[in-house]
Design a protein around this ligand. Structure first.
Ligand code: NDP
Ligand code: GDR
Length: 372
C-alpha cells in the first residue's frame, strides 16, 4: 500500500503537534503549514524535526498563511494530500474581540480557501478534509448536554468565524460531494497547551507559586464551566473521523463539566496545597489553607489568587458539556484520560519547567514574571 500523505495547517499549535506525532507513528508522510515568524516557532514539534537535507523525509514544513489563497492552492497542488487537517486558527476567544476582522479572515475565510483549493485542483474525490470546529458554536446555552443537533448561538468573533467555517464545510460536502467533516471538539488541554488559555495559565502559576517564584495570580470568570479533555485523546479522534465510511459531523467531549474554580483547586491539590476561596464575583480570592508538601514553604493564609475583571469577556460562554454518544456508538470514541489525569500531567510538566526558572534565579539570572 502506498504511503498516506497528510497536510496539517496549524502544525505548530497544540493539536498540530500531537496529531503530527500520531500520524508519523501510523506511517504517514506529514506536511505542515507554518507561519513565518521573527523567532523560531516550532518548539512543539522540534522533537519530530528532520534535517531538510535528508531525502525522503516524513515531516516537511512549508511557509504559508491561512489568509493567502495562492500559497494554499500551490501547496495543496504540490502535496496532493490524501487528508487535510485544517487546525490553523486564531484560536483565543478573548483575543478575537480585539482582532475580529483578522479572526474572521483566518478562521472563517481560511477554511473556505482550503475547501476551494481542493475543488479548484480537482481533488474532491481524493482528498478528505477535517475541519477543527468547536463547542464555542453552542455559546449561549440552548440545551445541555450539547450534541450534533443542538442549535448554535455563537458568543464571540471567534465563534462566529468558526460558525462560517462549519457551514461552508457542510456546504462543500453537499454541493460537490467532497469528503469534508466537522469535528465539534470541546476544550482539550495538555502540557503543551498555549500559555494564555485558562488551564495552562493555572498550572503554570500554581507551579511558580509553589516554588516561590511568584506570589499570586489573577483570573477572570471563575464560575465558567468547561468540559475538559486531554488533547492526546482528541487528536486520535480527528484521524478516526476521517477514516469513517461516511463524511459526517461529530461531537467529541468527555460528558463531564467543571468550573474554573475547581480546576484551580485541583491544580494546587496536585502539589499538596489546599485552598480556601472567600468572597464572590470580583471580590473573590483564594488563600492557602494547608500546605502538605514539605518541599514548599507556603505560609498559611497567603493570598494566591484574585479576580481581575480585565479577563472578563464582553459576552461569555457560561456552560459547556458535550454529548459524544454518536462518536461513541459509531466510531468507538473513548477517552483514556480523565480530568484528574489531565491536571496531574500538566502540573508534573509545569513544575519541572518552572524548576528550570528556579535554577536560573538561584544562579542570579533575571527571570520573567508571567501575568497575561
Ligand atoms: P493553537 O492556538 O495551539 O494553534 C493554532 C495554530 O494555528 C498554530 O500553529 C498557529 O501558528 C496557527 N495559525 C494561527 N493563525 C494562522 C494563520 N493565519 N495562518 C497559518 N497558521 C495560523 O490551537 P489548538 O492546537 O488548541 O487548536 C487547533 C484548532 O482546533 C484551532 O482551529 C482551534 O480553534 C480548534 N479548537 C481547539 C480546541 C481546544 O480546546 N484546543 C477545541 C475546539 C476547537 P503559530 O504557532 O505560528 O501561532
Ligand atoms: P475557551 O478557553 O474560551 O473555552 O476556548 P479559555 O481557556 O481561554 O477559557 C475558558 C474559560 O475560562 C474563563 N477564564 C479565563 N480564561 C482565560 N483564557 N484567562 C483567564 O484569566 C480566565 N479566567 C477565567 C474564560 O472566561 C472561559 O469561560 C478554548 C479555545 O481553545 C478555543 O479555540 C476552543 O474552540 C474552545 O476552547 C473549545
Amino acid at each position: 500500500m502506498s504511503q498516506k500523505v497528510a497536510f496539517i495547517t496549524g502544525i505548530t499549535g497544540q493539536d498540530g503537534a500531537y496529531l503530527s506525532e500520531f500520524l508519523l507513528k501510523k506511517g504517514y508522510k506529514v506536511h505542515g503549514l507554518k507561519r513565518r515568524s521573527s523567532m523560531f516557532n516550532t518548539d512543539r514539534i522540534d522533537h519530530l524535526y528532520e534535517d531538510p537535507h535528508v531525502e525522503n523525509r516524513n515531516l516537511v514544513l512549508h511557509y504559508g498563511d491561512m489568509t493567502d489563497s495562492t500559497n494554499l492552492i500551490r501547496l495543496i497542488q504540490e502535496i496532493q494530500p490524501d487528508e487535510i487537517y485544517n487546525l490553523a486558527a486564531m484560536s483565543h476567544v478573548h483575543v478575537s474581540f480585539e482582532t475580529p476582522e483578522y479572526t474572521g479572515n483566518a478562521d472563517g475565510l481560511g477554511t473556505l480557501r482550503i475547501l476551494d483549493a481542493v475543488r479548484l485542483l480537482g481533488l474532491e474525490k481524493k482528498t478528505r478534509i477535517y475541519q477543527a470546529s468547536t463547542s464555542e458554536l453552542y455559546g449561549k446555552v440552548q440545551e445541555v448536554p450539547q450534541s450534533e443537533t443542538t442549535p448554535f448561538y455563537p458568543r464571540s468573533p471567534y465563534a462566529v468565524a468558526k460558525m462560517y467555517a462549519y457551514w461552508i464545510t457542510v456546504n462543500y460536502r453537499e454541493a460537490y460531494g467532497m469528503y469534508a467533516c466537522n469535528g465539534i471538539l470541546f476544550n482539550h488541554e495538555s502540557p503543551i497547551r498555549g500559555e494564555t488559555f485558562v488551564t495552562r495559565k493555572i498550572t503554570r502559576a500554581t507551579s511558580r507559586i509553589a516554588l516561590g517564584l511568584q506570589d499570586k495570580f489573577y483570573l477572570g470568570n471563575l464560575d465558567a464551566q468547561r468540559d475538559w479533555g486531554h488533547a492526546k485523546d482528541y487528536v486520535r479522534m480527528m484521524w478516526m473521523i476521517l477514516q469513517a465510511e461516511e463524511a459526517e459531523d461529530w461531537v467529541i467531549a468527555t460528558g463531564k463539566t467543571t468550573p474554573v474554580r475547581e480546576f484551580v483547586r485541583m491544580a494546587f491539590a496536585e502539589v499538596g496545597i489546599e485552598l480556601e476561596f472567600k468572597g464572590t464575583g470580583v471580590d473573590e480570592k483564594a488563600f492557602v489553607k494547608a500546605c502538605n508538601n514539605p518541599e514548599f514553604q507556603l505560609e498559611i493564609g497567603k493570598e494566591v489568587l484574585a479576580v481581575d475583571p480585565a479577563y472578563f469577556r464582553p459576552t461569555e460562554v457560561e456552560l459547556l458539556i458535550g454529548d459524544a454518544s454518536k462518536a461513541k456508538t459509531k466510531l468507538g470514541w473513548e477517552c483514556k484520560y480523565d480530568l484528574k489525569d489531565l491536571v496531574k500531567d500538566m502540573m508534573q510538566s509545569d513544575v519541572k519547567l518552572m524548576q528550570k526558572d528556579q535554577f536560573l534565579k538561584d544562579g542570579g539570572y533575571k527571570i520573567m514574571n508571567y501575568y497575561e
